[in-house]
Design a protein around this ligand. Structure first.
Ligand code: NAP
Length: 283
């Protein structure tokens, strides 16, 4: 009889643990964060990490403006996917490094879609070129898109938000390379480390006016940018063996953290840069 009592207790304990695990982690597509009624603009969202972020924000209740440098089938299919989930979506073209296009993007999105609450500065480019071979042109384009772009989009966004007397939220996408040295990135890595300083400094100036600013540094995430690693049978296991979680990240792994930072649940977090890398830099 004592035996049966212990079994029943065990059963109840495990059932309770399963339920609370489901409550904590949930299943993809479940809504945990209240982004209902919020409008987000995600740059570079036609594919890769930007797409993952746009889809998770929509699952958590937000309507999403999908930006890309050229609005093609990719951007349209992201918007379509979001609409199928019952959220509003629009596509909006702009090169994030071009002031006239960025100003036009916010004007179009704000007027046609409504006041933007959340900006995710995701668009980025990476090239791998040895330091001694890097040209002025390559340095300028990479740092323009990866560092000046987020600064520019944030400035235009903040001006709209403040003019409308509203609150806002910015999440910047940096890179593990803000902390980890990989060869041939003397242009990309400084731009991504710069995002951290940009985040802290914008946070200090904007948070008192109601606009929080945070940064997510992705580790190794399976996208077109990293396809050359994903497809290399020697390099892939060598990198994965350095990641504590034991697998490449997926765009949604970044999306869920961005959604938390963009939500009121993280209301006391600002100016922070968080590595979402499966434990790569600390292994
Ligand atoms: P991706 O697959 O190459 O996608 C990048 C997207 O950004 C593309 O849709 C691209 O458009 C768009 N884009 C490029 N330049 C743009 C510009 N000037 N204006 C607007 N859109 C632009 O890259 P990803 O892997 O998803 O990376 C997304 C972000 O995460 C980047 O900032 C990247 O540096 C960062 N990151 C990625 C990893 C990773 O492991 N994947 C790791 C650390 C950080 P097109 O298709 O037309 O070129």
């Amino acid at each position: 009889m004592r035996h049966w009592g212990a079994r029943i207790l065990c059963f109840r304990f495990y059932r309770q643990r399963e339920t609370s695990a489901r409550e904590t982690h949930g299943t993809p597509g479940e809504q945990h964060l209240n982004l209902q009624g919020k409008i987000a603009l995600v740059t570079g969202a036609a594919r890769g990490i930007g797409r993952g972020i746009a889809e998770v924000l929509a699952e958590q209740g937000a309507d999403v403006a999908v930006n890309d440098i050229c609005v093609n089938d990719g951007a349209e299919s992201v918007a379509q996917h979001i609409r199928q989930q019952g959220r509003r979506a629009m596509t909006v073209q702009a090169d994030v490094a071009n002031r006239a296009q960025v100003e036009g993007m916010f004007e179009k999105a704000w007027n046609e879609f409504g006041p933007i609450d959340i900006l995710v500065n995701n668009a980025g480019i990476e090239t791998i070129t040895p330091f001694l071979k890097l040209t002025d042109q390559e340095w300028t384009r990479v740092t323009d898109v990866d560092l000046r772009g987020p600064w520019l989009c944030s400035q235009v966004f903040c001006r709209w938000v403040l003019a409308a007397g509203r609150k806002g939220n910015i999440v910047n996408i940096g890179s593990i390379q803000a902390a980890k040295i990989l060869p041939g990135r003397t242009h990309y890595a400084p731009a991504k480390l710069g995002i951290e300083a940009l985040t802290r400094n914008m946070s200090a100036e904007m948070t008192p006016s109601g606009i929080r600013v945070n940064c997510v540094h992705p580790g190794f995430i399976a996208t077109d940018m990293t396809a050359w690693i994903m497809n290399d049978p020697e390099i892939l296991p060598a990198i994965v063996s350095q990641i504590s979680v034991g697998r490449p990240g997926q765009p949604r792994d970044i999306g869920t953290v961005v959604a938390f930072l963009a939500s009121d649940d993280s209301g006391y977090v600002t100016g922070q840069s968080l590595h979402v890398d499966g434990g790569w830099i600390y292994k």
